[in-house]
Design a protein around this ligand. Structure first.
Ligand code: 26Q
Length: 820
């Protein structure tokens, strides 16, 4: 890709880097470390973005534009330097400049600590959407939390996951701009009082027991080859009191310091998902904190623009990324009624017209609820507002469905069965004008299961927007070899319109193109093999089939199904060494929630299998098993482009969409998968003949469960499965320890909630088809090309265009750099 010249008026770029090295990093070249050079380079790139950011903000302030606000507790943005250089079109310029300064750009890129401000799919989706919003020139703000400690770093010791605190800020963050002048107060605790004001209106005063200040920390989000630069605004919590020493006696002084510590704790750490006891007070406080700051910020921007409050919903659209920010329904009502003195009806109209909700899960245990006592003590005023929303809403339900008390109880914002709880998904659905799922199947199941009553009452609110991923980071940046081949073969239009990749199909039979395709894939695999060797000491053959499953470790994602297959394959090879099995390298990656014992045991099992398989001389290295530690965005750059086979094997009906499946497909991997989440659409696009399908459908899963699923039946019928489980029980993969995996085995044999045993035979059979297909290299390459060619739908540009047109009613605004 040729880099367009940029900022011709400025001095040579390398001079700018040296200036920043001295003036920002306070080092001179002779003594600068590589990290100093990284910081200096980052500041210089930041400068280029801020010029565009200024032009963008100025344009938004001056013109009649609508701004899309993406509210998310997580933004898993990944390393910024490489992506910013790509989007600014200055990769070559930066490489040359650093060479002049005696530095290697790739070495500097490798130094960047990624901000791990998310758990996985949901947080990464938010980041992809910011990239697409800026690239499509949509005025937008991402609002979230600036966690001091993001997702933990994962180490593997003795085969077990060990969590280490993430220290992404330890060496400073060159990308953020802390705006001490942009801050808001957020109240907690205390009580409310009702009064009547001079005009005779009922007014409620919230007298909190504590206030915290939120300070804006901004990161620029540069669009690809456009001038639009939007911002990601993350809130950091601070103590309100700047305490004055003279005013305190000793006791008060320490109390004040303690207050300060408590306030700063709010944005300290990201909560992992899948924690059994995630209903923590601090988590709810975090959610309210960032939502309140964000809504107050939107109101201030409206005031600054001189727009009147009645126009709020024309100025902003706010998307709730799952229920984590759904307290926005109550908080926007509170701000409009208590602080802006609007009537209930006017406030409700604005709230509903502004907010829209995206659901990311059907798993009942993952649907957020908060106990009433906790809610009442932390957020007394928002809770009063929720009660009033509920009272009016349930009146509507009764009017629509007279006498249907069961329905009223099902739909209530408060779950009254047992310990009372606020149901956040209900609050979000009632307070929004739009509710969407993240893949066609998921949106459909949403309407038929968890939000069925709501879909019946408000059918016009429900829609599907299938997820997407950014082709800039996940193809151009991480697979430059393939990107160059695409440019040379079909031109460069695909970078902004991924659907253009379909032109590749015409080359799917071309032998010379095959050679080029295979050479690039071979190089990517060799690069991953080198990382694997460096990280784990395991030698893998780049010519083996790379069979990869990377994602959070969870029973519903069924990494253990994959593991059982490996054991079976291993057993067959041991028994029949002459078997003609194509060499395979199985790679796993992903973090388990620290409190999710079963997931941690699954990691231990994979490593136990790796230990046995990798060291067995009888295999001649034909099978290798790798657990790649600390899977994150940065490691993903190496992993996705090197995969031949993408494992998407969740129990049908459980994975809302998946986005890793899309990253693999774009890079030319074939998928082995169930009809779950976006796999359904991936198969539709790729063509059934280019996808390895197996397993029960979502409907069959439900039927089997309803009819009384007995995992033991499947065991009885399948010798290979029984052997595999038996070996685990006998300590074959735990150095003789027969107790280690007992919880996992007991669970599979007696409960198997995710139907691993029921799908095992079909999975093995499908993997055999994979092996057969791999033998025919020409055919495999053809299928690989077809996957990339038909991956256009899975660009986040397509997804964002749908959000803009169908939910937000926002439009592109061209940014002119030469501002008056
Ligand atoms: C909730 C309460 C308390 C603490 C943590 C949480 C919490 C945090 C993160 C709950 C869930 C998450 C993340 C969920 C997630 O990543 N879901 C995934 O979203 C992707 C994007 O839509 C989908 O592709 C995946 O299918 C879905 O699993």
């Amino acid at each position: 890709m040729n880099d367009a010249p940029t900022d011709a008026s400025t001095a040579p770029f390398h001079q700018d880097v040296v200036r920043n090295l001295i003036c920002r990093q306070a080092r001179y070249p002779d003594v600068a470390t590589p990290h100093d050079w990284y910081m200096a380079l980052a500041y210089s790139v930041q400068g280029r973005m801020l010029a565009r950011w200024a032009a963008s903000t100025k344009t938004y302030a001056a013109r009649d534009v609508k701004v899309a606000c993406y509210l998310s507790a997580e933004f898993l943005i990944g390393p910024q330097l490489g992506n910013s250089l790509l989007n600014l079109g200055m990769q070559a310029e930066a490489r040359d400049a650093m060479r002049v300064l005696g530095q290697d750009l790739d070495a500097l890129l490798a130094l960047e600590e990624e901000p791990g401000l998310g758990n996985g799919g949901l947080g990464r989706l938010a980041a992809c959407y910011l990239d697409s919003l800026a690239t499509l020139e949509i005025p937008a703000i991402g609002y979230g939390i600036r966690y001091e400690f993001g997702i933990f770093d994962q180490q593997i010791r003795d085969g077990w996951q060990v969590e280490c605190t993430d220290k992404w800020l330890q060496k400073g963050n060159p990308w953020e701009i802390v705006r001490y002048d942009v801050g808001y107060y957020v109240s907690f605790g205390g009580h409310t009082e009702s009064t009547t004001d001079a005009e005779g209106r009922l007014r409620v005063r919230w007298i909190p027991s504590r206030q915290v200040k939120g300070v804006a920390c901004d990161m620029p989000m540069q669009g690809y080859r456009v001038n639009t630069c939007n911002m990601l605004r993350l809130w950091k919590s601070e103590a309100v009191e700047s305490f004055d020493f003279q005013d305190f006696n000793a006791g008060q002084y320490y109390q004040a310091v303690e207050e300060k510590v408590v306030s700063e704790t709010l944005s300290k750490v990201l909560y992992p998902n899948d924690e059994p006891d995630a209903g923590k007070r601090l988590r709810l406080a975090q959610q309210y904190f960032f939502v309140s700051c964000s809504l107050q910020d939107m109101l201030r921007l409206m005031d600054a623009k001189g727009t009147s409050i009645e126009k709020f919903a024309d100025l902003f659209a706010a998307q709730l990324n799952d229920t984590h920010p759904s307290i926005a329904v109550a908080e926007l009502m509170r701000l409009l009624i208590d602080e802006r003195l609007l009537s209930w009806d006017a406030a409700w109209d604005l709230t509903q017209r502004t907010l829209a909700y995206t659901n990311h899960t059907l798993l009942p245990e993952a649907l957020e609820t908060w106990g009433l006592p906790l809610f009442a003590s932390l957020l007394p005023r928002p809770l009063e507002i929720i009660y009033e929303i509920n009272r009016r809403f349930l009146d509507d339900v009764r009017r629509r469905f007279p006498g249907d008390d069961a329905r009223v109880a099902r739909m209530s914002l408060i779950d009254e069965a047992g310990a009372k709880k606020v149901r956040m998904a209900h609050l979000a659905s009632v307070g929004s004008h739009s509710v969407n799922g993240v893949a066609a199947l998921h949106s459909d199941l949403l309407k038929r299961t968890v939000l069925r009553d709501f879909a019946e009452m408000y059918p016009e609110r429900f829609l599907n927007v299938t997820n997407g991923v950014t082709p800039r980071r996940f193809l151009m940046l991480s697979n430059p070899g393939l990107a160059r081949l695409l440019d040379a073969t079909i031109g460069t239009d695909w970078t902004r319109d991924l659907a253009r990749l379909d032109a590749l199909a015409a080359h799917a039979g071309d032998a010379a193109f095959h050679d080029a395709w295979r050479a690039i894939r071979r190089e990517n695999k060799a690069a991953l093999a080198a990382r694997i060797a460096a990280e784990t000491g395991i030698a893998v053959d780049p010519d083996a089939l790379f069979d990869i499953q990377v994602k959070r470790i969870h029973e519903y994602k069924r990494q253990h199904l994959n593991a059982l297959y490996i054991i079976d394959l291993y057993n067959r090879l041991r028994r029949h060494p002459e078997l003609d099995v194509a060499p395979r390298c199985f790679v796993f990656g992903g973090k388990a929630a620290p409190g999710y014992a079963m997931a941690k045991l699954m990691i231990r099992l994979i490593n136990g299998i790796a230990e046995v398989v990798n060291s067995d001389p009888a295999l001649d290295g034909r099978l290798k098993v790798v657990f790649y530690p600390d899977f994150n965005v940065k490691n993903g750059h190496w992993i996705y482009p090197a995969a031949d086979l993408s494992e998407q094997i969740s129990t049908a009906g459980k994975e809302a969409s998946g986005t890793g499946n899309m990253k693999f497909m774009i890079n030319g991997a074939l998928t082995i998968g169930t009809l779950d989440g976006a796999n359904v659409e991936i198969r539709e696009e790729a063509g059934a003949e280019n996808f390895f399908l197996f397993g029960l459908t979502a409907q069959q899963v439900e039927e089997l469960k309803a009819s009384g699923y007995r995992p033991a039946d499947y065991l009885q019928r399948n010798d290979a499965l029984r052997d595999a489980l038996e070996q685990i029980a006998q300590g074959r993969f735990s150095r003789g320890d027969t107790e280690m995996f007992r919880p996992l085995l007991d669970n599979l044999v007696h409960h198997d909630p995710f139907l691993v045993l029921a799908d095992f035979a079909a999975y093995v059979e499908c993997q055999e088809q994979v092996s057969d297909a791999w033998r025919d290299a020409r055919q495999w390459t053809r299928m690989s090309i077809m996957n990339t060619a038909h991956s256009g739908k899975f660009s986040s540009d397509r997804a964002i265009a749908e959000y803009c047109a169908r939910i937000w009613n926002t439009r592109a605004v061209r940014i002119d750099l030469a501002q008056p």
